[in-house]
Design a protein around this ligand. Structure first.
Ligand code: KIV
Ligand code: ZN
Length: 502
């Protein structure tokens, strides 16, 4: 066994799914599980089978659908829970039962109204019982973060002797400091006589914003399994975020740890989980937040364009993003403007950059961010001939009639690879009428399966942001658009997705 290989245990579908409002259907869970498999996680915690028939069924179906990772089911330390888990896991090619009980005096007294010795017995019995069904049993010592280390070590030793293959040391309440949590893991590594017979796992919660730091401290001190969720979703302030741990271990490769994660899949699965669970990712979230690679100040933009690593310790391509996003705002300099114009196909040597920059600043003063569409509008003022108009799909006209009791109608003109096409259509609303008109033009089978409109700041004069996910030939494509007009923003999001398809 490679001693520096860190196993990634994903609990998005169990601890993550416990978040109110984040519940997924079995079909959605299978989609996420298959993406987790493609991401390269070692273990998928698929659910808590005794908790509900839906959870039970999800563990059954995920076990059938996924073959590479170990499928794990959670239980409490009792036979009914373990029976249910064993039955739900019957189709899994590689299976694990995750059983456990409280280990802190707080839990022993106030949750179980019991004693340390009695809890120790229950822990051993649960592991022995689970081993009757599977060879791979993980034991969790709940609230280990607040448990007495000496007692915890006795518990870990006892459950390993009873047959546990992995022992999870959860900081259930996100209480520990990284030094304390790291020292706890080290204490176990140094004081549990049979520690070499099991893998120590870290499972941290983020109540004080320390989940990732504690997880890394655990690894540095000997843990070789990390329990995390995509986007860090989970109970209360969440769990350790998978993408953070994976990218920390990759970035600090000098530490010598490896995982099986294909980091290029991170951005895609982050979007998938966020959309499915209706849990937006905060814009400044490390690794996957919309601003994680967005540089807006002129000095930073100039620095990144000169040499990316001036202001980026991570390569956006490593998480599956095409490139960093140099956001154009009133603080952007000429260098950033030129970069975007070139990206859009303008032959900037023909352009008087100073003159365009002056007009750009006027526009940027009245808008928070300048989009590609804004730049095209800007360049359209007498500079049309500099723009490569013959690539992709562009909206050249949008006209909508709607109201009450009018039947919504839309006319759309598109430039498809340079050729102008026009269509009109009705719909049950202005957006629907517009999308129908676009369908008349492109005549392809595309369905929208995710559509969200969000005001940026509030107020009826606000810019609205539209995120869309469309399906084409079984694959998902994302589109994004924004405008002060929601129909316009929707059309741009849709056309953005279309351009990704074609
Ligand atoms: O946070 C926790 O202690 C847990 C256990 C059930 C593993 O989620
Ligand atoms: Zn947890």
């Amino acid at each position: 066994m490679d001693n520096n290989r860190v196993y990634v245990f994903d609990t998005t579908l169990r601890d993550g799914e416990q978040v109110p409002g984040c519940q997924l259907t079995t079909v959605e869970k299978i989609i996420v599980a298959k993406e987790l498999e493609a991401l390269g996680v070692d273990v998928i915690e698929a659910g808590f089978p005794i908790s509900s028939p839906g959870d039970f069924q999800s563990v059954v179906e995920i076990s059938k659908a996924v073959s590479e990772p170990v499928i794990c089911a959670l239980t409490r330390a009792n036979t009914a829970d373990i029976d249910a888990a064993a039955s739900a896991l019957q189709y899994a090619k590689r299976k694990r039962i995750h059983t456990g009980i409280g280990s802190s005096d707080m839990h022993i007294k106030y949750k179980f109204n019991s004693t340390r010795e009695a809890i120790l017995e229950r822990a051993k019995e649960a592991v022995k019982y689970a081993r009757k069904f599977v060879d791979d049993v993980e034991f969790y010592a709940e609230d280990a973060g607040r448990a007495d280390n000496e007692y915890l070590a006795r518990m870990v030793e006892a459950v390993i002797a009873a047959g546990a293959t992995v022992v999870n040391i959860p900081d259930t309440n996100g209480y520990c400091l990284p030094e304390q949590y790291g020292a706890k893991i080290k204490y176990l590594m140094d004081n549990v006589s049979n520690i070499d017979k099991a893998i120590i796992s870290v499972h941290c919660h983020n109540d004080l914003g320390l989940a990732t730091a504690n997880t890394i401290a655990g690894v540095i001190n000997g843990a070789r399994q990390v329990e995390c969720t995509i986007n860090g979703i989970g109970e209360r302030a969440g769990n350790t975020s998978l993408e953070e741990v994976a990218m920390i271990l990759k970035t600090h490769h000098a530490l010598g740890y490896t995982t099986g994660i294909n980091s290029k899949k991170i951005y895609e699965i982050s979007n998938l989980v966020s959309n499915m669970m209706r849990m937006p990712v905060q814009p400044n979230k490390a690794i996957v937040g919309r601003n994680a690679f967005a540089h807006s100040s002129g000095i930073h933009q100039d620095g990144v364009l000169k040499h990316r690593e001036n202001y980026e310790i991570l390569n956006p391509e490593d998480i599956g993003l095409q490139s960093n996003s140099i956001i154009l705002t009133a603080r952007s300099g000429r260098h950033a403007l030129k970069h975007h114009l070139e990206r859009l196909g303008y032959k900037i040597d023909k352009i008087n950059l100073d003159e365009v920059y002056t007009r750009f600043l006027e526009m940027a003063d009245s808008k928070k961010e300048i989009t590609d569409h804004d730049l095209q509008t800007l360049m359209g003022d007498g500079n049309k001939d500099h723009y490569d108009d013959n690539k992709g799909i562009k909206v050249t006209l949008l006209q909508v009639v709607c109201g009450d009791p009018l039947r919504p109608m839309a006319t759309v003109k598109l430039k498809v690879n340079g050729e102008e096409k026009e269509a009109s259509s009705a719909g049950n609303g202005p957006v629907n009428a517009t999308i129908n008109a676009i369908h008349e033009i492109i005549k392809d089978k595309i369905s929208i399966d995710e559509f969200s409109i969000q005001a940026m700041h509030g107020g009826s004069e606000d810019v609205s942001k539209v995120n869309m996910r469309v399906l084409h030939d079984g694959k998902s494509y994302y589109g994004f658009g924004y405008s002060t007009d929601i129909v316009n923003a929707s059309v741009h999001a849709y056309v953005d997705a279309l351009n990704k398809i074609y």
